[in-house]
Design a binder for this molecule. Structure first.
Ligand code: HEM
Length: 414
């Protein structure tokens, strides 16, 4: 699947292009990236508020920035941190480790790493399979067509993260609505801030209830290990679990929906998974590279640094364009082509360095199980609308489709 985009790119003052730019189709990188690459691996962009920032499109240079947390800070509370959309202004007030540097980042992340190892996630796979099976039972029972975003792609990771954390899935409509207001590209600062507060208060209340009556899940373990021993207060645990709850479902939901769409458009990739189920891991890595649903990791320079011949000054904002790095032709041959035979494991869809995605093993397991089970249970699944009619999510948020109408014949359901 090759997808050169032709969307015109707006420019800010002094002809500095704007960031972010829309994708021309679900399989394209943001429309502005080819032009930015003509300036080399580092270029300048204008953010929504008129602020200038550097943008890194080169694979090596991007990894260098993400790996060097001493020269490039993630501290969102610092006004120098470049907000790429109004919703990120609201995120400045939320204290959890995605927006921190060491030693605070290290201390918080260390409490969680053991719960997200390959071994722990593998042990959790049967539960994920059960959740996917249950959702597909309902889907198939209800008829021969569905919007796969609300009926499959979203409830899979949402149910999974609830089971893992020990958050009641009965509350999903509430926290999914808040998460949408937090991560969607067109949320205002006020809307996003209000959603952050609501979800934090909900989690604080849940933590208090769990202290009185313990349940099962990571939250309960963290309460016993840290809150009960007064090493962590309720608000801090609520802010950490807010990150896990929101990052744990919104990202993967978009990846599942776009993964389904890609496989519907590429029967050869689907055939590869069907004939060789062990190949699903490689296909998922290529999906992650090609789709790059979480783009634009922001940092600011804490000292003067030279990158690709440019002088980046202390305080400058810098955006690491993950989607561009994943299409750097020096690393990935024919990068715009979705190639199910490619070994894409060097992609940076989960970031790089100390902030590399904590939930990546979980996301991989969910994608593998969701995609293989969906196409096994509904082998003649097809898109019920034209590809061109699918609406993409706002470019300042996660990449995804708003809905994914699909249909199938009753007789084909197993
Ligand atoms: C396909 C799905 C996913 C993608 C593409 C993705 C992508 C990313 C990326 C690019 C980062 C790095 C951000 C940065 O450097 O500033 C990140 C961080 C993070 N992700 Fe994911 N993610 C996914 C799924 C998940 C899931 C399922 C969880 C569940 C817990 C999760 C939790 C986190 C957390 C906690 C961080 C912050 C890590 C840190 O700052 O140390 N993500 N993710």
């Amino acid at each position: 699947m090759s997808d050169q985009s032709t969307v015109p790119v707006a420019t800010g003052p002094h002809d500095i292009p704007e960031f972010p730019t829309a994708r021309g189709c679900p399989f394209a990188e943001p429309a502005g990236y080819p032009a930015l690459r003509t300036h080399g691996p580092l270029a300048e962009v204008t953010l929504y508020n008129g602020r200038r920032a550097w943008i890194v499109t080169g694979y090596d240079e991007g990894r260098r920035v993400l790996a060097d947390h001493e020269s490039f800070s993630s501290v969102r509370a610092n006004p120098r941190f470049p907000a790429t959309a109004p919703r990120f202004e609201a995120a400045r007030a939320v204290r959890n480790f995605i927006g921190m540097d060491p030693p605070e980042h290290t201390a918080q992340r260390r409490m969680l790493t053991a719960s997200f190892t390959v071994r722990r996630i593998n042990a959790f796979r049967p539960r994920i399979q059960q959740i996917v099976d249950h959702l597909l039972d309902g889907l198939v029972r209800r008829g021969t067509s569905a919007d796969l975003v609300p009926e499959f792609a979203l409830p899979v990771p949402s149910t999974v993260i609830c089971a893992l954390l020990g958050v009641p899935y009965d509350d999903h409509a509430f926290f999914e609505a808040q998460a949408r207001r937090i991560v969607h590209g067109d949320s205002s600062q006020q809307d996003s801030a209000d959603a952050f507060t609501r979800i934090r208060l909900y989690l604080e209340e849940l933590i208090q209830a769990k202290r009185a009556e313990r349940g099962e899940g990571l939250l309960d373990e963290l309460i016993a290990l840290y809150v009960d021993r007064e090493e962590l207060d309720t608000r801090t645990l609520a802010e950490i679990s807010l990150l896990l709850l929101v990052a744990g479902h919104e990202t993967t939901a978009n990846a599942i929906a776009l993964g389904v769409l890609t496989l519907l458009e590429r029967p050869d990739a689907l055939a590869r998974i069907r004939t060789d189920p062990a190949a699903v891991g490689d296909v998922v890595e290529e999906l992650l590279r090609h789709l790059s649903i979480a783009d634009g990791a922001a940092r600011f320079a804490t000292r003067d640094v030279e990158i690709a011949g440019h002088a980046v000054r202390e305080g400058d904002g810098i955006i690491v364009a993950i989607a561009a790095m994943n299409r750097d032709s020096a690393v990935f041959g024919e990068p715009d082509t979705f190639d199910p035979l490619r070994l894409a494991r060097r992609h940076v869809a989960f970031g790089y360095g100390i902030h590399q995605c904590l939930g990546q093993n979980l996301a991989r397991a969910e994608l593998e199980i969701a995609l293989t089970t969906l196409f096994r249970r509904i082998p003649d699944l097809r898109l019920a609308v034209d590809l061109d009619d699918l609406q993409l999510r706002h470019p300042a948020g996660l990449h995804g489709v708003v809905s994914l109408p699909a249909s199938w014949e009753t007789g084909s359901v197993r």
